[in-house]
Design a protein around this ligand. Sequence first.
Ligand code: SAH
Length: 268
Amino acid sequence: MNTPVSVPDSVSPATAARLRVVLVGTQHPGNIGAAARALKTMGLARLVLVAPEDYPAEEAYRRAAGADDLLGDAPVVATLAEAVADCHLVLGCTARSRRVQLEEHAPRQAAALAVGRASEGGEVALVFGRERTGLSNEELQLCHAAVHIPANPAYSSLNLAAAVQVLAYELRLALLEGAVPTPAEPRHPDEVPASHAHMEGFFGQLRDTLDAIDFHKGRTPDSAMRKLRRLFAKADLNEQEVRLLRGILADAQRMARLAGDRGTGSLS
Ligand code: SAH
């Protein structure tokens, strides 16, 4: 006789509520509806639309097939930066493997990471690109890591809503596994992970400082900035650490200004 397998059937609503799926520049409204349906079947409810090409549209509601509440609740914003400003972990789903200089995860690892971070109170985004061209390099740079579904390498691009379904299913499995959450240790307020907006502020200042100290020496800053973004993504900084680094940068900027003033004789 087979032993019945017990499948947990409840997830922590608070953790699930910290997971959002962001669709960037979606071209076919049907895919937006199908993505909403994919999320709702997996118990997820947060969809964010970045500059969809043709939306609102009837086709989206037709394909949502009863998940229209998710569509109705989905904010529409102009840029990916806006959609993830309050996030602590941003994962970019890409059909082309190894295209980007980002750490890359398979869906299962990515879901474990996402649910782990959300269960500690972090806001998490999974980002999906355009049907024709995926995510731009600039958009991928806003992501902490890439997610690639290890599909047939000779035909690796899934339909957008199908890719959302795969990731939503993995998120559900990870949520079900964590169904009995251990209460997280309360964090000291300074130890909260830095938000995406704070990290972007830091990267802007880092870029300016590197310019001010002539680090690039005429080369384009993009490649160095990509590597630095990757390095700091691995460091998983908290707000206090970002403040410390920004203090160092501010001093470096001040010293560079003084050195510049001396060079032009304005201190004499
Ligand atoms: N021609 C595009 C494919 C876009 S498919 C390209 O080459 O990038 C639309 C979106 O679905 C992608 O941006 C990605 O977010 C998701 N997607 C499709 N296939 C995927 C895969 N194998 N792994 C991860 N995401 C995938």
